[in-house]
Design a protein around this ligand. Sequence first.
Ligand SMILES: Cc1cc2nc3c(=O)[nH]c(=O)nc-3n(C[C@H](O)[C@H](O)[C@H](O)COP(=O)(O)OP(=O)(O)OC[C@H]3O[C@@H](n4cnc5c(N)ncnc54)[C@H](O)[C@@H]3O)c2cc1C
Length: 439
Amino acid sequence: MLQAPPVHRYDPRMDYDVIVVGGRPAGASLAARLGARGLRVLIVDRATFPSPPSVPSSPILTPATMALLDDLGVDEAAYHDPHGRMPLFRFAMAEAFETLMRVPEIAGRDYLLGVDRHLLDHLLWTNLSRFERVERRHGFAVTDLLRDGDRVVGIRGSARGAAPIELRARAVIGADGRFSLVARRVGAEVVHADNRHCSTTYFAEWTGVLPVHGQSSSAFVCTDARGLDIIFFALPGGRWSINTHARADRVDIAGDPQRYYLEALQQIPSAWRHLAGAQQITSVLGLKQIANGYRRASGPGWALCGDAVHYKDPIDGQGIYDALLGARLLDSALAAWLAGEPWERAMERYSSELWQATHPMFLSTTGRLGRELYQEPPKIVIRTLLRWLMCDPAYQECFLRVLGRDCPPPRLTSPALIAGAFARGAARDLAAVLGRGRR
Ligand SMILES: Cc1cc2nc3c(=O)[nH]c(=O)nc-3n(C[C@H](O)[C@H](O)[C@H](O)COP(=O)(O)OP(=O)(O)OC[C@H]3O[C@@H](n4cnc5c(N)ncnc54)[C@H](O)[C@@H]3O)c2cc1C
């Protein structure tokens, strides 16, 4: 639960200490942390809650993400549905092999959780009512920033149908997502990007999906090893999110995403089989050419948080974790500033801590995109080396711990782990051949 030392240096010329633009994982968690310090905070969002995010997201939470939600006082019981609980992770490759992994226990949980994003975001928004000095305005769109010289000192915006108003604060935070207006208005340039291997993803919700490996709820990834993955995960209430994740340069939706989506699902028979008799219950949503990068994190009077500062491909399911973690780092930098540390020094620390906490995973995700979507290993390699690797219990545990931010990502590509997995896989095959010979 949030326990933060209070910081307060009141400035009577300002309406608020901090204005946060964007009220989902990054913004709402930052406002909660600042509110717990007794700061005067205004948080605005142009959406009204409950609602799904405007940048579509089909969400899966890792144990580490849920642990960060615990810190905020958002009780898992309020967003957990038994159907969304996924203790198993099944992986199938190119119709050549499949394997079942068990999610290891991380931070007291041994499952991934599929959730309703509109519910989770609503819980984060309503959680803010606990903090007397946090004021919330939803349905309020920010259109510009106020400046005093080169320093940002507030926002201009309006509630739907109302006249624009101006509100001032000692700092303005853009937690307004990957297409951040705040970032555009302050000219926050991209300081690091890797868009060599972009994906395009489409998804819809289904019911009546045939059980995956005899378990009604397990995550399931099928890849054709030729640039297309189909990803299933369980959602509350017996629903499934079924996603196509493809190399972006090969996706041509020809103006009809629904047709593209169904054709892509049919390309992988081991995925399509599970949809016999199933029903698609939502329209298809998606994002094309998903960019991966970092923007400059701060400048005079402003800072960015969540996807606004660091955005990446959803394949590793890290976006909400990084948004919540980044908000924690920014909260502590803002508190140090309000307690007297110079703005530039506090924000430099935020930027560097954010980089250290997220960049290894960013490298892992972008590396994985290159290997899994853009390389086309020969069949013989899939049937031997890749099968040995993906079916190896030590490799599987490392993979799932990396996703759970419980193991440094470089370990996943360490020669020792890979060589060991190859050796154990070859030995298993040899033992099977010898066993058959003896029978
Ligand atoms: C296809 C897809 C699948 C994903 N799957 C997962 C997953 O499984 N697990 C996971 O952890 N992450 C996933 N993500 C990533 C995750 O959705 C994001 O990382 C996360 O939502 C970022 O949170 P945020 O608060 O930074 O931004 P957002 O959730 O994008 O929220 C930004 C908010 O800012 C508001 N806003 C924007 N402009 C203005 C304005 N001018 N005035 C007022 N308000 C404004 C918007 O209305 C919005 O509510 C996925 C992303 C995609 C695209």
